[in-house]
Design a protein around this ligand. Structure first.
Ligand SMILES: [Zn+2]
Ligand SMILES: [Zn+2]
Length: 283
């Protein structure tokens, strides 16, 4: 009865099926609410983001689906907004004026603070390896610092509801340095970032998308206890790019959050974020 997710994609960006297929899958799985969050437009073309010219069609299609499936599921239209720099991110007017139900703050593209060059730290390891060599000359500490500096700046500027996959840098980063998340300097950066998130009062998601293939949740399960300690509001999102994955690994994430002592989760109900005690979560 409390199934929900607010991070998902469809063919408006890099999702593998039309939004309606995801909505049908969510209804089939018994979801209470479902949010579609295409990758936001960027100031340049990519293979994976919504183009500026498609924003209107995206919003209209979501309106159509809301009407069509009213009474079956609560549908929400969001956007996973990339923070690039102070000139492009969730806080900017362009995104603030868009009639969205909620906004996600996300960092995939990191700018080298010394050279100004940008690289995608997400995606395939082969691409990462090449970009990392070109932009950071294999200096992982430098990349990780720039990633968290950029993320912190996004949180300081605000303009969004929750942070996406807050330590996604560890996915490819750990393939370069398997002990990355054991390093004291890494944990200090992550802890500082979580403290800032707590201070600013934004929510975080537990992102379960990569768990089946890579055994990782974001944030890493080992930090769930810090979410609890810092009283950061959490939700669990599947970040599905395929309709059959709308509920993927969510049950496990809830179990692990409970194990870490987290007592509640966040959901949208009638357009407002509300806290739901874990004891009421059935999955
Ligand atoms: Zn993302
Ligand atoms: Zn996503």
């Amino acid at each position: 009865m409390d199934l929900c997710t607010y991070h998902s994609h469809c063919t408006f960006c890099d999702g593998k099926a039309p939004a309606e297929e995801f909505v049908k899958a969510a209804i089939e799985a018994g979801f209470h609410s479902y949010g579609v969050s295409s990758h936001s437009p960027l100031p340049f073309d990519t293979r994976w983001s919504l183009s500026k010219g498609d924003v209107e069609a995206y919003l209209q299609e979501m309106e159509r689906l809301k009407k069509q499936y009213a009474g079956h599921i609560e549908l929400y239209v969001g956007l996973e907004i990339d923070y690039l720099n102070d000139g492009w991110g969730p806080a900017n007017d362009y995104f603030q004026r868009m009639p969205l139900d909620y906004r996600i703050g996300s960092v995939h593209l990191v700018t080298n603070g010394e050279t100004g060059e940008m690289m995608d730290m997400d995606g395939s390891f082969d691409d990462f390896r090449e970009n990392f060599r070109n932009v950071y000359h294999d200096d992982l500490k430098h990349l990780v610092r720039d990633y968290f500096r950029s993320s912190a700046r996004m949180v300081e500027l605000g303009g969004f509801d929750f942070v996406a996959h807050l330590d996604k840098i560890s996915m490819n980063g750990s393939l370069v340095e398997p002990m990355l998340t054991e390093q004291a300097w890494y944990n200090e950066l992550l802890r500082e970032y979580l403290q800032l998130i707590a201070e600013k009062g934004v929510m975080v998601e537990v992102n379960t998308k990569a768990y089946t293939k890579k055994g990782l949740m974001f944030p890493n399960v080992k930090y769930f206890k810090w979410l609890k300690e810092l009283n950061i509001p959490v939700m669990v999102n599947s970040d599905a790019h395929l309709p059959q994955l709308v509920n993927d690994n969510r049950e496990l994430a809830f179990r692990l959050l409970r194990d870490a002592g987290v007592k509640s989760t966040m959901r949208l109900h009638r357009g407002v974020w509300e806290e739901v005690p874990m004891s009421e979560i059935k999955n």
